[in-house]
Ligand binder design. Structure first.
Ligand SMILES: C[S@@+](CC[C@H](N)C(=O)[O-])C[C@H]1O[C@@H](n2cnc3c(N)ncnc32)[C@H](O)[C@@H]1O
Length: 228
């Protein structure tokens, strides 16, 4: 008689580990929201306004971007892979979620606010030390994301940019002009926002889609790009 199959053991990279990592990411970036609902993560910064994107919204948007071929190791291999820029990275949650979901994808988070930049660095260091993300492909820079010097100082070639992510806080028009004039024509500017009426003029709109995550109202993901 054949032996009955025993319980399935999770592999080190299996669903249980995945669940633990996801829980750790939520605790890192949203622990404060459940501990004290009055402590809304929103404040004015030196350049704009910091409002955090819910982690589950970033997770859903990353899935859409991966399916569209805009995220992933295949989007550039070799000695100088293509990179993703998170323009205005706040507390580092977008680079962290991308590093978790798309290991190997080079991602650069740029934030003008020194306090947020320091916080992002501390969070990513802790996630790296805990083995939640591999920090090898994630970089954070302090500075203006519309200043070429910010990239030069980090040795980042803007010509290798294929995706720029942004949660608009009033600076999206300036950013769109920067992408239109400084990045390759095939670079996609992805605006992920709760404001479904928002748009920019400097680049043609190629696609727009709702991002549904949890019970809240859907967010909107708009993709702008010069070349089709
Ligand atoms: C709406 S928050 C989004 C934060 C984060 N990306 C997220 O989704 O949780 C926008 C952030 O962009 C930053 N920011 C605005 N203009 C900037 C600029 N020109 N250079 C660098 N950071 C900028 C603000 O300081 C703020 O932290």
């Amino acid at each position: 008689m054949p032996e009955a199959p025993g319980p399935r053991r999770p592999s080190p990279g299996g669903p249980i580990r995945r669940w633990r990592i996801r829980r750790r990411l939520f605790a890192t970036f949203e622990g404060h929201a459940t501990a004290d609902r009055r402590a809304l993560p929103i404040r004015r910064t030196v350049r704009g306004i910091w409002v955090a994107t819910p982690v589950r919204v970033i997770e859903a948007a990353a899935g859409i971007l991966s399916a569209a071929g805009l995220l992933g190791r295949s989007a550039g291999t070799g000695s100088a892979p293509y990179h993703v820029i998170d323009a205005g990275s706040g507390d580092g949650r977008v680079p962290a979620v991308i590093a978790w979901l798309v290991p190997g994808q080079a991602v650069l988070g740029i934030e003008a606010d020194a306090m947020l930049h320091a916080r992002a660095r501390a969070q990513l260091d802790a996630l790296g030390a805990a083995g939640v993300i591999d920090p090898a492909h994630v970089r954070l820079a302090a500075g203006d994301y519309c200043d070429p010097e910010t990239y030069g100082a980090q040795g980042i070639a803007l010509g290798r940019t294929r995706l720029v992510l942004n949660y608009p806080d009033g600076n999206q028009h300036r950013l769109a002009r920067f992408v239109a004039t400084r990045c390759p024509p095939e670079t996609t500017l992805a605006l992920l926002t709760h404001d479904r009426d928002l748009s920019v003029d400097a680049l043609p709109l190629r696609a727009r889609q709702d991002v549904r995550a949890g019970n809240g109202p859907p967010w909107s993901l708009s993709l702008y790009r010069r070349s089709g």
